[in-house]
Design a protein around this ligand. Structure first.
Ligand code: FES
Length: 226
């Protein structure tokens, strides 16, 4: 039964150094912003474990937004690269556990980008309103366990062990997936769905080639998802 009349609950994990400053700048500039976002300040986007996002969504949050410093601006050097790799993997697993991937987004906003923050948070909030409230999950704890296993396997793949700034020469582009890394083949087989019984087979990661400079990255994710 839909939660008619319930307020929307959107969780925002914001890095202390850039995005929190950006949100603050938007407030200082008195920009009009949605009021559905509950902000959790973290030291760096790299501190955001994908399971934080999953737990929020499976516990009833209608959407989760993670925002950090722009690539190569992280105050801890590589935190946002680690975040991007893990969060991109999470985003691809969300449909498998029955969560619309539109309910999760990660973006990059600097402390001086108050208007960018306002625009991105408004767009994300509008999207969540269109999706409606998050349906209640029947077995969130079991789903969390299954997701944690799938993420662990995927992130332990040999080519996921590179330094975040330096990709191996092999890259990811040779395996035939689309330039934006979102081909249907990028999702694990249906047999990995927790509801259908986890097969235990390793899940092949299909991620964009993040070794390219921002301006040459066809994914457009170097400067955010918007
Ligand atoms: Fe902002 Fe690392 S300090 S993303």
């Amino acid at each position: 039964m839909p939660d008619v009349g319930r307020d929307y609950r959107i969780i925002g994990f914001l890095c202390n150094w850039c995005s929190y400053g950006g949100a603050d700048a938007a407030g200082t500039a008195r920009f009009s912003q949605p009021t559905d976002l509950r902000i959790i300040r973290v030291p760096c986007s790299g501190r955001v474990d994908p399971m934080f996002v999953a737990k929020a969504l499976l516990s009833g949050a209608d959407g989760v937004l993670v925002s950090g410093c722009h690539p190569r601006d992280c105050h801890y050097s590589e935190g946002n690269f680690y975040a991007r790799r893990r969060l991109e993997m999470l985003r691809r697993f969300l449909p498998i556990i029955g969560v619309d991937e539109g309910r999760f987004e990660y973006i990059w906003v600097s402390a001086s980008e108050g208007s960018r923050w306002r625009d991105m948070v408004t767009a994300f909030t509008d999207k969540i309103h269109k999706l409606g409230h998050m349906p209640r999950m029947t077995e969130p704890a079991r789903t969390m366990c299954a997701l944690e296993g799938m993420l662990g396997q995927s992130l332990a793949q040999p080519d996921m062990g590179h330094s975040p700034g330096g990709h191996s020469a092999g890259g990811h582009s040779a395996d035939g997936h689309s330039p934006d890394g979102h081909s249907a083949g990028g999702h694990p087989a249906a047999g990995d769905h927790p509801a259908g019984g986890h097969s235990g087979a390793a899940v092949e990661p299909r991620l964009p080639d993040w070794s390219k400079p921002a301006e040459a990255d066809a994914t457009g994710k170097e400067d955010g998802n918007g």
